[in-house]
Write a protein that binds this ligand. Structure first.
Ligand code: CU
Length: 122
């Protein structure tokens, strides 16, 4: 019966591996911060995705923040690329904002992160 038990164990391993890959992926986005908008202004990911945002400014100091995922980086003038990483651990639509005062349109500088249920974007 030893062979039988081996097959049960390996079947279980295969199931857990494929469940882990079903929705989650690594996703990377280049985000431009400019007076007074983010491009793109809408990011879509799936639940469980490991998200990397590479943010750079094309004019003055800007910030990039998503409160719900504790993301907050400064994208300095000069255009250096700053990275923010987080796991999209909840489904929903979340606002991202500029967290560094950048001028009269600062409060308009925002966008949306949409986290779909796992597998929802495929
Ligand atoms: Cu700003």
């Amino acid at each position: 019966m030893r062979a039988c038990r081996y097959w049960l164990v390996s079947a279980g391993l295969m199931l857990s591996v494929s469940a882990g890959q079903a929705g989650a992926a690594e996703k990377s986005f280049d985000v431009v911060a400019a007076r007074y908008e983010f491009r793109p202004a809408r990011l879509e990911v799936s639940l469980g995705d490991k998200v990397t945002l590479k943010v750079h400014s094309v004019d003055t100091d800007h910030g990039f923040a998503i409160k719900e995922f504790k993301v907050k980086v400064l994208a300095p003038k000069g255009g250096a690329v700053v990275e923010a990483q987080f796991v999209a651990s909840k489904v929903g639509t979340f606002r991202f904002t500029c967290s560094e005062y950048c001028g009269s349109g600062h409060s308009r500088m925002k966008g949306l992160l949409v986290v779909q249920p796992a597998g929802g974007t495929q």
